[in-house]
Design a protein around this ligand. Structure first.
Ligand SMILES: *Cc1c(COP(=O)(O)O)cnc(C)c1O
Length: 385
């Protein structure tokens, strides 16, 4: 089976992890700090806070921004469930903004329309979380302008987008947001096994996320309120979590991030080659890149109206050894969200996209031969219509 995504682990990666295993620190220690520094530098942000997953980092980011019961958080339906779930984990309410029909990123137009309605209904969001779907940045300038007008905060779900650029700056520089969150799951661009990273230029947000990551406990003499009786002393001021990354994971991350540029180049070349090889097939390809550089986490094709049903094409591809996937089932149609009152029909563009989407194999070590096999198999299936 040619998988849809695959990590690469080199001997250097393995050596870096083994070195840590022989050192004094296994859990969060100097390697986490080193990785955070490397990550922040890479995306040109002032601060980076590591955690054990992007889901944890989203939770920390929302909490640091003060999201809690009674608040409303808006996300797009085309995302992994974590984007919306993290708001529920804070006790907040979730609502959805439909996506752009070409990029499947949150549509700034749909956002504006929904804000106008929400303003008169008194249901404005405190936080909006655009998702850089497939690694392509959303229109952050437009979303940020609306943030100023309607007074909401912005977290970028950049789980797909390390290595991407928006207006010539790396995604994660937070030019138009409060915090950006990245995933280091093996299927993403670089990996720490499991892991997440939040970047920001706000020292208070960084410090709040770091405290909440480790039980809400602090030793900071500027923060503790009581007299400090000795070096053992710490205080807990709010409810936090154990969301720490291990030093072994961080060492893997620091080793992986060195290859980020090569990975993005490799993914970009594969996307360009798919564009060429698929040009004559009756399907929609991803929109061509603008000036903004995509990280190409995913290459998603969409079937046309007169094609064989998606489920059939998908099953046939899998049967013939092509490990395709579907990203994503619209979150508002999940039984958990249906229970909260959302129904099919609420987000027509997301739902129509979902009916026709297939993610093709996309990872930097995908060989040309394997890519040719993917295209020939797909071509054969579509022609059998
Ligand atoms: C993968 C992913 C997440 C969750 O990442 P984890 O590190 O697995 O928690 C969140 N949002 C999006 C868009 C993702 O693709």
């Amino acid at each position: 089976m040619i998988p849809y995504g695959r990590q690469e682990v080199t001997q250097d990666d393995i050596d870096a992890v083994v070195d840590v295993m022989k050192s004094d620190f296994l859990t969060q220690g100097p390697e986490v700090e080193r990785f955070e520094r490397a990550f922040a530098d890479e995306v040109q942000a002032q601060y980076a806070v590591a955690s054990n997953s992007a889901t944890s980092s989203l939770h920390l980011a929302y909490l640091a921004l003060g999201i809690g019961p009674g608040d409303i958080v808006w996300t797009p339906p085309i995302s992994f469930v974590s984007t919306a779930n993290a708001a529920r984990m804070c006790g907040a309410d979730v609502d959805f903004v439909d996506v752009d029909p070409d990029t499947q990123c949150m549509s700034a137009d749909a956002l504006r329309d929904k804000l106008i309605v929400a303003k008169s209904a008194g249901t404005l969001p405190k936080l909006v979380v655009p998702v850089h779907f497939t690694g392509r940045s959303c229109d952050m300038a437009a979303i940020s302008e609306l943030g100023g007008e309607y007074n909401f905060r912005i977290v970028e779900d950049a789980a797909h987008a390390i290595g991407a650029a928006y207006q010539s700056k790396p995604v994660g520089a937070c030019e138009y947001s409060d915090i950006a969150v990245f995933s280091l799951h093996p299927v993403k661009i670089i990996t720490t096994g499991e892991g997440g990273m939040a970047t920001t230029n706000d020292a208070d947000l960084a410090s709040r996320m770091a405290t909440l990551r480790t039980h809400g406990v602090t030793r900071d003499p500027d923060v503790v309120t009581g007299p400090i009786p000795g070096d053992w002393y710490y205080e807990q001021h709010e409810l936090g979590f154990n969301y720490r990354m291990t030093d072994m994971q961080a060492a893997l991350g620091t080793s992986q991030i060195k290859r980020l540029g090569d990975y993005i180049q490799g993914r970009r070349a594969i996307a360009a080659r798919y564009d060429k090889l698929l040009a004559e097939l009756p399907l929609f390809r991803p929109p061509v890149e603008t000036n903004d550089l995509s990280a190409w986490h995913l290459y998603v094709i969409r079937l046309t109206d007169d094609a064989i049903p998606r489920a059939q094409v998908f099953a046939e591809l899998r049967k013939r050894g092509i490990g395709v996937q579907v990203h994503y089932i619209p979150v508002h149609t999940q039984p958990y969200y249906a229970e909260l009152g959302f129904t099919s029909g609420d987000m027509p563009i997301s739902e129509d996209y979902y009916e026709r989407a297939i993610s093709l194999p996309m990872f930097p070590t995908l060989t040309k031969t394997d890519q040719d096999t993917v295209v020939e198999t797909l071509s054969d299936i579509l022609a059998s219509d």
